[in-house]
Design a protein around this ligand. Structure first.
Ligand SMILES: [Zn+2]
Ligand SMILES: [Zn+2]
Length: 216
């Protein structure tokens, strides 16, 4: 059983429709997906229909801009209640480029109140210049009540993956897998530039290696 818990659609900066994304995920042999558009859940109305007709499990998700020690970073939110007012406000106020960017502690609190799980997105990208200090960084971010880390991600190096998995296991945190697919144009660009494959479902990690408590 495979999952891809980080996919974008044309409702944020991806190029594919919700229906296209669902079909590709199905063709890739995935069992469950989560669409994490930037600061919006607008794709979900169509996603529910598309995924249901394909027998694909759909997990509520979004990618939210947050601040940690004055650094802008991305936080994934999973399985939260779409009808929660504070959560809707958080997404709405962070939606636009000029929108607000709250401290990670605040965002985690809101996500948890909406029964969701906050996960640190793509650590290998966020701290690509600080991978030597990653353990220390993760240790100091722990108190923000994060629920886990996107340990498996196309751009996470083997070292980053290992450090994150160890950290999650030691602290009983979720271990997730996401490929951050944005569609064909972006895929080609990223592959040509960095040789990284961001295709939906391109990272096939057996679910036994993940920890999706509270998410799946
Ligand atoms: Zn991101
Ligand atoms: Zn993303």
């Amino acid at each position: 059983m495979y999952v891809d818990l980080h996919i974008h659609t044309c409702f944020s900066d991806g190029t594919q429709s919700p229906e296209e994304v669902a079909q590709i995920a199905k063709n890739q042999g995935l069992s469950a997906i989560s669409i994490c558009d930037h600061n919006t859940i607008a794709a979900y109305e169509r996603l529910y229909i598309a995924c249901k007709s394909l027998g694909l499990k759909l997990i509520p998700g979004a990618e939210i801009d947050v601040l940690w020690q004055n650094k802008r970073m991305h936080l994934l939110a999973y399985n939260f209640d779409f009808t929660n007012n504070a959560m809707s406000e958080l997404l709405n106020s962070t939606k636009h480029k000029s929108g607000k960017c709250y401290p990670i502690e605040y965002a985690c609190k809101i996500i948890r109140k909406a029964n969701g799980v906050p996960i640190i997105a793509h650590p290998g990208v966020t701290w690509h210049e600080e991978t030597d200090d990653l353990s220390t960084i993760l240790e100091s971010i722990k108190s923000t009540e994060i629920g886990g880390i996107e340990c498996y991600y196309p751009w996470n190096t083997d070292d980053v993956t290992e450090i994150c998995i160890d950290f999650c296991k030691q602290n009983n945190l979720c271990i997730t897998c996401g490929c951050d697919g944005h569609g064909d144009e972006n895929k080609k660009y990223m592959f040509d530039l960095f040789g990284v494959d961001y295709d939906i479902g391109s990272k096939k990690v057996p679910i036994s290696l993940l920890n999706l408590r509270g998410i799946l």
